[in-house]
Write a protein that binds this ligand. Sequence first.
Ligand code: 6PG
Length: 258
Amino acid sequence: MAPSIKNINILPDSAAVNLALATHCLEVSEQAIADKGSFHLALAGGSTPRSFYNFLATSEFAQRIDWPYTHIYFGDERSVAPEHADSNYLMAREALLDKVNIPKNQIHRMHGDHQDLQQSAIEYAQLLCSSIPVTKNNFPEFDLILLGLGPDGHTASLFPETDILQESNAVVAAVYVEKIQTWRISLSYPTIENAKHVVMLVTGGNKAEIIHDILHGVSKNPPYPTQRLQEKGILNWFLDAEAARLITDLVYDADTGC
Ligand code: 6PG
């Protein structure tokens, strides 16, 4: 019998995923604002989150989340200008940030278009450590980090066989990704692992195989970068049925326990 893994939320479709995840985000934000008067959220890039961001901006949640106390950051960014079609910042702006009443100075763009990405990473790390409470290990403690998953098991810009995977001191790092022949800037493993809540948002049948491998603990060479986060038990998965079609053996009914 394969081990049953908690923290896997499987919803029938993308709309149900959006509602479940928005509810989770609201709960985390309310607790964070009650505890310290602020909510620090890092957004995922790529294409999957666009539907969720649109839902946040156009549903009741647009009024229920306390945007004036919310600070928005990014998990990673491409080495493009903020108006470029590939920009994670542009996607979040169009789908969410331009539609809710969050103060513009509380939206903290990752400067992937900086000439010197290493300098950009240093400056973003300084911003994080001055805006977000820092724990004893000198890493910022996000209230919630949203992540996506690539078919090669990367998340944020933690790609297989890249230097950033060995980064244990920097909060943010620039990384050259040979496979896609481009520079990225990304939160490092220790920063992600220091967050109070980490969500892995994955929808669509094209991710079923990689989800199967990661949640079944299939070891690959090189290893899937997301595997390290899963093994630390910090990921809260939000999946639609198509993405989860190869892991139904792992999910048990909490009521019946089987
Ligand atoms: C990025 C993301 C990356 C993304 C995955 C999934 O900048 O591309 O941060 O980690 O989440 O590649 O991308 P899709 O949602 O487009 O499948």
